[in-house]
Design a protein around this ligand. Structure first.
Ligand SMILES: Nc1ncnc2c1ncn2[C@@H]1O[C@H](COP(=O)(O)OP(=O)(O)O)[C@@H](O)[C@H]1O
Ligand SMILES: [Mg+2]
Length: 337
């Protein structure tokens, strides 16, 4: 790539006391003007990479630059290019939304009237004008996230880092934030966002990197990642008591391996030649007298991609991480344990 705005080369970050390798040789780069989506389950290393790129944390080894600036060698210059909105909104509850944004403006050495002007602009762009004069303690979770984003925009960053911007907020606020992010990118800002949600990466990101256990395990556009799956996927539901018979029948008509997706309680079979395989499947199940509750042939989704790459579904990875109350490194897991 001729002029990447973010370049990461072989970054390693360990936390020796916790015996954790948070980043295990991550490399990626992307050009200005896009949304890069870093997709991975809890504990994958997303926040650690963001902290390295935003100069909050030093890597053990490797190289990272933002806007051509080496973040380790020249963090002060790097910071002038960067905006960061974290997973937990850092705003003052007792000030109004407007006062919060103006205060950040003053921290950037803007005059009082410039800070007011800038706050006004930004509050409009993030759909907070109406609530701007209410104290933040009356805000919903989604509004706090937007206000945190507002604060990160005051310095007019070239690259905006958003760490799980929509985790834990309601669906309507989520869609609202998606629109705001799209508008920012249209206005020329480059965005790196992290997410645990496949649909979010699919919706927003021009390029996606899949991270798991501190390693980037795949990169591409949503479509490229889906194409790696090759062809379509047959998904079908049968009653529990005939599931094993059905798996046997599927295996008999295809060289592909059928799998049982616990989360959706469906059987899945990759179907490189699409409808021909589907026909064979339906015929075979009918011959065996196995009743099918429903069957569908669909293009692989990012869910299928994640399942194939990591050996577990996204919801499963998420459920797994919710059980972990103390920060702890997950070992590699198969679908069986
Ligand atoms: N300050 C820290 N000390 C010890 N371990 C940490 C620290 N920060 C992160 N980790 C560990 O590093 C791994 C990656 O964490 P993180 O980057 O926060 O993942 P993600 O943001 O993808 O959920 C996890 O195992 C986490 O527990
Ligand atoms: Mg995180």
């Amino acid at each position: 790539m001729s002029n990447p705005i973010v370049r990461v080369e072989n970054i390693v970050k360990t936390f020796p006391k916790a015996n954790v390798v948070a980043l295990d040789g991550v490399s990626l780069e992307f050009e200005a003007g896009i949304v890069y989506g870093l997709l991975g389950p809890n504990g994958a290393g997303k926040t650690t990479l963001i902290r390295v790129l935003t100069t909050l944390l030093r890597a053990d080894s490797g190289y990272a630059e933002v806007g051509g600036v080496d973040v380790a060698a020249d963090p002060t210059s790097a910071r002038t290019l960067i905006g960061l909105a974290g997973q937990f909104a850092a705003v003052d509850d007792y000030l109004t939304g407007r006062e919060n944004v103006e205060m950040v403006g003053r921290l950037y050495n803007l005059s009082s009237s410039d800070a007011k002007q800038r706050a006004d602009d930004i509050l409009r762009r993030i759909h907070l004008s109406d609530a701007a004069d209410r104290p933040v303690r009356t805000y919903s979770g989604g509004m706090r996230r937007r206000l945190d984003l507002a604060a990160s925009l005051v310095g007019r960053p070239r690259v905006l880092f958003l760490d799980e911007p929509t985790t834990g907020i309601d669906p309507q606020s989520r869609i609202d934030l998606w629109d705001i992010i799209k508008d920012l990118v249209t206005g020329g800002t480059t965005v790196l966002l992290t997410t645990q949600y496949l649909d979010e990466a699919d919706q927003l990101a021009d390029r996606i990197g899949v991270i798991d256990n501190g390693k980037l395990i795949a990169q591409g556009t949503g479509n490229e990642l889906k194409d790696q799956m090759g062809g379509s996927v047959i998904e079908l539901h049968v009653a529990d008591d005939v599931r094993n018979d059905a798996i046997e029948a599927l295996a008999a008509v295809s060289t592909e391996v059928p799998t049982f997706d616990q989360y959706h309680s469906s059987l899945r079979l990759p179907a490189p030649d699409g409808s021909q395989t589907l026909l064979n499947v339906v015929r075979r199940l009918d011959e065996r007298g196995i009743a099918v509750q429903d069957v569908a042939l669909h293009k692989p989704t990012l869910d299928d991609v994640f399942l194939t790459l990591t050996g577990r579904g996204a919801e499963e990875a998420e459920a797994e991480s919710e059980k972990v109350t103390t920060p702890k490194r997950r070992g590699p897991r198969g679908r069986s344990n």
